[in-house]
Design a protein around this ligand. Sequence first.
Ligand SMILES: [Zn+2]
Length: 322
Amino acid sequence: MIYPWQQSQWQSLQSLYKQGRLPHALLFKGIKGTGKYDFACHLSHSLLCNQLDAQGQACGTCSACQLIEAGTHPDLLLLEPEAPDKAIKVDDVRELCHEMQLTSQYGGIKVAIINLADNMNVNAANSLLKTLEEPTADSLLILVSSKPHRLPVTIRSRCQSISFASPDSRASLDWLKSQGLNNPQLYLNLSYGSPLAALQLSENDGAEQRNTLINALIDSATNKPIVEHAEQLSKIHNENLLNWLYDWLTDLIHIQQGSELETLVHADKSKELNLIAGKISLKGLYLYMDQLNLIRRAQSIPMNAQLLWEDLLISWHQHIKL
Ligand SMILES: [Zn+2]
């Protein structure tokens, strides 16, 4: 499925394809949660389908489409790490490259997609170089990455980049509503404008988790920080919480500087934000932000989440002037 915000990328690739100018290697880059991987799959399906419809979309019924549906099309290769925080192994990349060198089994194009491509370490990425420099005819390699700067420049420079920017908020809100989401604006705010991340967040009780954080902050502002809050927070995905805490601090700075309500991430908590904004100095906010940034930068190091939140709540309490 092409998402409504991906039309221009679709049109430009279709036009390259019709002119026979589709490159051998593409890099789909852009923020997380806009559907780059889905797009890569959709494009591959349309390149492998035997009877495209008038819009250039895969028919879904031919023998090639059926093999794709079953995940067994021999000319479509997919590679991704075992988990988002795991590396893509060099041996897996080598095997993919080897298969790309073989002629396609159905006589058409051969497509390989590497999802979360920036999870390749330098060795794994370098093993792609030969395939990029000497591609076999009728082959397409698609790298999908939301952190393309992590890919070696030797790789990036050999791919044609296609950018997937964050869709405009109207398009995202309409789409989220069409998916039956209540309160799409809140979820979009909490997901940095990324509609698929917003949808996923709503399915994982994201608003509830965010409220746990806000309640802990409000309570710890006036009362001595309570271990139970830290305990509750330690059970929630840390990266989201730390990002939302950062947004909470920038919201407070915005309020102190008289910004409009619409600019706030936690706009639905403007009453609470206004209350706190009068009780913390700008200097205090920046100091607390420094502390938070140190933690965010050290996120790859395993941390005891309970202790981390106890520290953060105690420090928060100390910065508030009652
Ligand atoms: Zn088909």
